[in-house]
Design a protein around this ligand. Structure first.
Ligand code: GLC
Length: 654
């Protein structure tokens, strides 16, 4: 595709735009459209160029971008311009996030607005408000089965409440992240209902088949996501007498992106939420966007092209808005969601660092960092202007998504090691204090993932029950150690609601028949605000965790070396219990922070001269930024107590 072709097409399209769009002063819009149009046209043509109505579809695409630009509030447009000027703004260490369910955290959106000061007390300034859109009253996969993409679920409030929340957050310099579930809709969505009623236009929005012939071909290579509760990838719809593709739950119908109308609808929805004040849009289940017989239907090249196209289009209308890729896939695949063959991120600026999360849990079970070191060494480099979303826990199960080759390099057998990890966390071993449950066990493949709250998985529940103060302290230290890693690794740390006060498993879901079969609900708690008040009582579990995290967040925010400019160097120490890396301030020479974590229950030592000799870090007397103290050194051995972390600087350099 030549630029000339795209320029002349652009002119043609501009002539065909509706008069009310043409008449407006759209200076910034046109500048951005001009700059992005070549890419937009190439991608759109690659995906849909064969169609007879290609030009009409392109006109529609541009109209959607333009009409959303026209509707965008002036203050959001101003913010777009500021972020364009300071395009690396989100790589700074000042941002710390938390993901939460509105109802579990604060009953409803107005309640959440009133709790913003609690989040600010902790230091959180980005909130991922988990799905709040209209969804079925019965099973809805925690809101990830959406029945209306433009309306709020009345159980948590109204669109006006959401606007009030985002407005209030903006005033407080807080960012808001909202989900757009791009891969599927609920079967109660009007598109699905119209398809059911026989409307062929809407049937084309989904993958619907008359018989099992094609579904069977797909099934040969498609894995199952929820094998226990929703086996297979298709469901028979009685009303239509046809088979519908449902990769996740049977009530989540997969959208058909080979239809450009679906792409344009979903772009319109993304821009709608951008216009409601979302700073970041979390694109759910992006690995699944393209389906092809003979493949696993994940991470297909076209899925990436769709995301690039979404990014390019959104860049024109709402360039201040970032995308998070929720792609919980193999380590080498995740990095591709920043974009491939590029220098600067061109798909999603942010991606879940599921690899790091899983590796951190592996250290909890093994008490060493062998696989963590190995896995991080194999983690592909990021593009510029791309950043990880680092997390310890989220609302989903923990999948052991590290690479088999890395497991072997770390000295384990992949099958036996994964099995050990699941057993460790799900109470199969008597000497493990973890209280998790297996999730998504697949009898055919032997796979399983893990559910359970952070505190219960590290053993806090057992320690509290047995009143073992020493064990309680150890668990608190472990919780803080894990968080110290996500705060300093490079990227946006995303806390999970309730973890800041050590919330334990919540097994009340078992009494709710809609939730009972999905044990991810055990770690989707309703916050006990009386317990949260305990954060103010000196010596309580809540206070020790809360103030620990609070301090960590404050230090992170004032440490320029923790910004994410690919400025991390992994250090080999020869001690398998330690995970050590060096962060440097990209804008100031000799401004280094050495991060050291001991994952063992015994003290471990780090030979500082080994590191000095590699010329990375000048040692003298060291200071830990977190505690403000100088850690114990024995000759050139730094002593790291069990489950402790250090953020070390050499004060002589300041
Ligand atoms: C994402 C969500 C998960 C949901 C799935 C299907 O992975 O995080 O909770 O079940 O998408 O929407």
């Amino acid at each position: 595709m030549y630029e000339q072709v795209s320029h002349s097409l652009l002119n043609k399209i501009l002539d065909r735009l509706k008069p009310d769009i043409r008449k407006r002063d759209l200076r910034h819009f046109y500048t951005r459209l001009g700059a992005n149009f070549y890419a937009i046209h190439s991608l759109f043509h690659h995906l849909y160029g064969e169609r007879e109505d290609f030009i009409d579809q392109m006109v529609r695409l541009v109209e959607v971008m333009a009409s959303n630009y026209i509707k965008r509030d002036t203050d959001l447009k101003q913010c777009d311009i500021e972020r364009e000027n300071n395009h690396n703004w989100f790589l700074e260490p000042q941002w710390v996030g938390m993901a939460l369910y509105t109802d579990g955290f604060a009953v409803d959106l107005n309640g959440l607005r009133k709790r913003l000061s609690y989040l600010q007390e902790l230091g959180v300034n980005m909130v991922h408000v988990m799905p709040v859109l209209k969804c079925p009253t019965g099973a809805s996969d925690g809101g990830y089965a959406v029945s209306d993409f433009r309306d709020i679920d009345e159980r948590v409030g109204t669109l006006e409440d959401l606007r009030n929340l985002t407005r209030e957050m903006r005033k407080r310099d807080m960012l808001v992240t909202l989900d757009v579930v791009v891969n599927h809709t609920s079967d109660e969505h009007t598109w699905a209902q119209q398809a059911r009623a026989g409307d062929t236009h809407y049937r084309d929005y989904y993958y619907i088949f008359d018989n099992r012939e094609i579904p069977d071909m797909f099934e040969e290579t498609m894995p199952e996501i929820f094998p226990e509760t929703s086996p297979g990838n298709f469901v028979y719809d009685e009303t239509m007498g046809k088979w519908v593709m449902t990769v996740f739950n049977h009530y989540q119908w997969d959208l058909n992106y080979s239809n450009p109308t679906v792409f344009i609808e979903m772009l319109d929805i993304i821009l709608f939420w951008a216009n409601q004040g979302a700073d970041i849009v979390r694109l759910d289940a992006v690995a699944f966007l393209w389906k092809k017989i003979g493949t696993v239907c994940q991470n297909e090249r076209e899925a990436h092209l769709i995301l690039q196209l979404m990014k390019d289009c959104s860049q024109v209308t709402a360039p201040g808005v970032l995308f998070i890729a929720e792609a919980i896939v193999a380590p080498v695949e995740i990095a591709k969601y920043f974009g491939e063959d590029a220098v600067i991120a061109k798909e999603c600026e942010i991606a879940y660092n599921a690899t790091f999360m899983a590796l951190l849990w592996e250290t909890v079970a093994t008490k060493n960092a062998k696989l963590l070191n190995q896995g991080i060494r194999s983690l592909p480099n990021k593009l510029d202007r791309a950043t990880w979303l680092n997390y310890v826990r989220c609302h989903d199960d923990i999948g052991l998504g590290f690479d088999d080759a890395d497991i072997v390099r770390a000295g384990y057998d992949p099958y036996a090691h994964r099995r050990f990890l699941v057993d460790y966390f799900t109470g199969v071993y008597d000497d493990s204090p973890a209280r998790g449950q297996p999730f998504g066990r697949n009898e055919k493949t032997g796979d399983a993932r893990i559910s359970g709250s952070l505190a219960s998985l590290v053993g806090l529940e057992v320690a509290i029950e047995t009143g073992d103060e020493q064990a309680i302290q150890r668990c608190i230290e472990l919780i803080l150690l894990l968080h110290s890693m996500i705060m300093s690794f490079g990227g946006l740390p995303l806390l999970y609601y309730g973890d800041e006060i050590g919330t334990l498993n919540d097994c009340t879901f078992l009494q709710d028949e809609i939730k009972a079969k999905d044990n991810r609900w055990m770690h989707r708690p309703r916050i006990d605000w009386d317990r949260a008040e305990q954060r103010k009582r000196h010596g309580s579990v809540e206070q020790r965790i809360f103030t620990g995290m609070q301090k960590m967040i404050a230090v992170r925010k004032s440490t320029p070396a923790f910004a994410d400019f690919n400025n991390r160097l992994l250090i080999e120490t020869g001690n398998p219990h330690l995970f050590v890396f060096l962060r440097h301030n990209p804008f100031k020479l000799n401004d280094h922070v050495l991060v050291v974590g001991n994952f063992d229950t015994n003290p471990q030592s780090l030979t500082l001269s080994d590191i000095t000799h590699r010329g990375h870090f000048e040692f003298g007397e060291l200071r830990d930024l977190y505690s403000g103290q100088s850690p114990t050194q024995f000759k050139d051995q730094l002593v790291v107590p069990p489950f402790r972390f250090y953020w070390l600087i050499n004060p002589a350099n300041f």
